[in-house]
Design a protein around this ligand. Structure first.
Ligand SMILES: *[C@@H]1O[C@H](CO)[C@@H](O)[C@H](O)[C@H]1NC(C)=O
Ligand SMILES: *[C@@H]1O[C@H](CO)[C@@H](O)[C@H](O)[C@H]1NC(C)=O
Length: 178
């Protein structure tokens, strides 16, 4: 009888495991991953640190970003190497991160992640030592407004954040972001 009890426990455990695998995490509204107010606040803190005027939230731009996100989700574009920019009229930053083991991606987290490129930007020479284009987009004084969208992959476990900026900054060798 005791061996039966044991396998019963194992069966239940396996059953739960497969349930989790089959259904993944519950769906979340894209806007809850974007967190517009906090995303905007983080951007504006980063801009204020270098004396650049704050952005405002732009619903038109946010709708554009969410429309692109929905298309990506529908096409099942989930791999880091498969992602491409939307190619629209805006500046655009994209980031991804996993929900587990703890929240590792959202609009505000994406903005903080892009901030890690700040040391790569050489303002005196207007050059990147390594990747810094996400950072320079966040602080570009030619952009006035921001809108972001999001989608999830892998049974809602991987979050993609897409932020678009209006107007798109010039971002050439002669035009500093600030
Ligand atoms: C928001 O975006 C739209 C479309 O790009 C643009 O026409 C409008 O001026 C923007 N609004 C702000 C406040 O930047
Ligand atoms: C943006 O930064 C550039 C480079 O420092 C500066 O020449 C320009 O006046 C700034 N524009 C605004 C709108 O602050």
């Amino acid at each position: 009888m005791s061996s039966f009890g044991y396998s019963f426990v194992v069966l239940i455990t396996l059953f739960c495991f497969f349930l989790t695998r089959a259904y993944g995490l519950p769906k979340v509204k894209p806007i809850d991953d974007v967190q517009p107010e906090k995303t905007l606040a983080v951007h504006n803190m980063i801009r204020a640190a270098v004396g650049v005027a704050p952005l405002v939230w732009n619903d038109t731009v946010a709708a554009y970003a969410q429309n692109f996100a929905d298309k990506q989700a529908k096409a099942g574009i989930c791999g880091y190497s498969d992602i491409k920019h939307s190619g629209g009229p805006y500046g655009e930053n994209i980031a991804a991160g996993w929900v587990q083991p703890r929240d590792q991606m959202s609009g505000p987290i994406a903005a903080k992640y892009w901030l890690t490129e700040k040391p790569n930007y050489d303002h005196a020479n207007n050059k990147c030592k390594d990747v810094c284009g996400h950072y320079t987009q966040m602080v570009a004084n030619q952009s006035f407004s921001l809108g972001c969208g999001s989608y999830r992959c892998h049974e809602n476990e991987l979050i993609w954040i897409i932020c678009d900026y209006y107007p798109m900054p010039v971002g050439d060798a002669n035009t500093r972001p600030y």
